[in-house]
Design a binder for this molecule. Sequence first.
Ligand SMILES: [Zn+2]
Length: 74
Amino acid sequence: MALANHDRSKPVCDVDGCNCESERSFNIKQVSRSSLSLKSEGLRQVHLCKEHYKAYKKETKGHRQIDQVYDDFE
Ligand SMILES: [Zn+2]
């Protein structure tokens, strides 16, 4: 079956205009702090490719403990 050829093992980056394989996923609350614009709103989990993960990290520099900070918020 031709349909089975789709490789669904890796999700695609959720940043608008990007179709790279995602490297990591983040909580939307974390990503919404950056200026990355996403393909769709209302996501809970955002997938970022290597490049956008780098961009995201750059923007949130100075928040080294961001994961812990957000854990506390929840
Ligand atoms: Zn991307």
